[in-house]
Design a protein around this ligand. Structure first.
Ligand SMILES: C[S@@+](CC[C@H](N)C(=O)[O-])C[C@H]1O[C@@H](n2cnc3c(N)ncnc32)[C@H](O)[C@@H]1O
Length: 327
């Protein structure tokens, strides 16, 4: 653990380049080629994601922020005083500010993110607004085991996860159940979870949110190929691929793909991968849940669904879950 500026410690479990290489090779070796969306987030990917959040088509960020602005007082009251908040996929750390400002003497804040520089910059910024808050960032892939940092001298009265942005939707429902179960065990028997979940809606609204007119989401998707070229010495011809996003209604998910525009071969280190024209790499899923379906999923993960808040148009939901004993 290292001291980082005004932060107390940085626990650094960033995935290695070798793990990245193995995931890329494994993903490109299957019949439907895939790449894990967690690797979108290098410095450039995180910067592009922040731009996406400001796009007119990208309703989730402004809608969830609106819910948090209106309901932070109720969420804070439900969590109680001296809470320790563990934020999963904390990113730019905008939404946590709304919650922290409403909480009664928050005890500690633990941002967890795979994108190290971006997270440290956001946490450093946050420490200027909340100078008395103990902030102990963890750079980790949260789908792998990690421990919560000890904070000597601090005894939180409750621990709550905070998982905004509908990032839970990047996991399949089965993965989401096992992930939430793992988080429940990590956070402890009386913990809570505040989680933002996007809801199904018209195809046109959903598809525009993931394929904006300015092409920022396309750049975000294609940045994954740039990253593979930069970090793994691959030779993806970026102009030979295009961004594609569509609503798969049957699965209740947006799928993002990179489409090969021609028959071509790509080298990643000493491996070669052949692409047919129009063959795709599946890069991200973004599952959308109705309130009832998400509450049922939470129960399967050992949570008792408590309150849920939504916006007037019912675009997005914020759920409060309470840990229960495993079923
Ligand atoms: C969709 S963005 C959401 C960012 C922010 N929470 C928000 O609501 O705007 C996903 C965030 O989770 C992080 N992330 C994605 N996969 C991750 C993983 N497996 N482990 C840790 N962080 C991850 C990304 O770096 C990014 O900051």
């Amino acid at each position: 653990m290292n001291a980082v500026g005004r932060l107390h410690h940085l626990e650094d479990l960033e995935p290695s380049t070798e793990e990245f290489r193995q995931s890329v090779v494994a993903g490109l070796s299957t019949r439907q080629k895939t790449l894990p969306c967690k690797f979108f987030y290098d410095v450039e990917g995180s910067r592009l994601f922040d731009q996406i959040c400001d796009l007119p088509e990208y309703y989730p960020t402004r809608t969830e922020c609106g819910i948090l602005e209106d309901k932070a007082g109720e969420i804070a009251a439900a969590l109680g005083p001296q809470a320790r908040i563990v934020e999963l996929g904390s990113g730019a750390g905008i939404k946590i500010r709304l919650l922290l400002a409403a909480l009664d003497r928050p005890a500690a804040y633990v941002p967890v993110d795979i994108s190290r520089e971006h997270m440290v910059a956001a946490a450093t910024d946050l420490s200027r607004t909340f100078p008395d808050l103990r902030i102990t960032p963890v750079c980790a892939d949260y789908t792998k085991p990690f421990a919560l940092p000890a904070v000597p001298g601090i005894t939180p009265r409750v621990t709550s996860g905070f998982f905004p942005g509908s990032t839970i939707g990047n996991l399949t429902p089965t993965e989401a159940v096992s992930f939430l179960g793992r988080m429940r065990r990590l956070l402890g028997p009386d913990s809570a979870m505040v989680i933002g979940v996007d809801m199904p809606k018209e195809r046109s609204v959903l598809e525009a949110a993931y394929d904006d007119a300015a092409g920022v989401t396309a750049a975000f998707n294609l940045n994954l190929l740039h990253r593979i070229n930069r970090e793994l010495g691959a030779d993806f011809e970026i102009a030979g691929f295009a961004h594609r996003a569509y609503w798969n209604e049957e699965q209740s998910r947006i799928e993002m793909h990179l489409v090969s525009l021609a028959r071509q071969t790509v080298r990643v280190g000493d491996r070669q991968f052949a692409f047919d024209a129009d063959e795709t790499i599946h890069t991200e899923n973004s599952y959308k849940y109705s309130i009832e379906d998400f509450r049922a999923l939470a129960v399967r993960a050992g949570y008792r669904p408590d309150e849920v808040w939504t916006d007037r148009q019912a675009l997005f939901s914020v759920h409060l879950l309470r840990a229960t004993e495993p079923a």
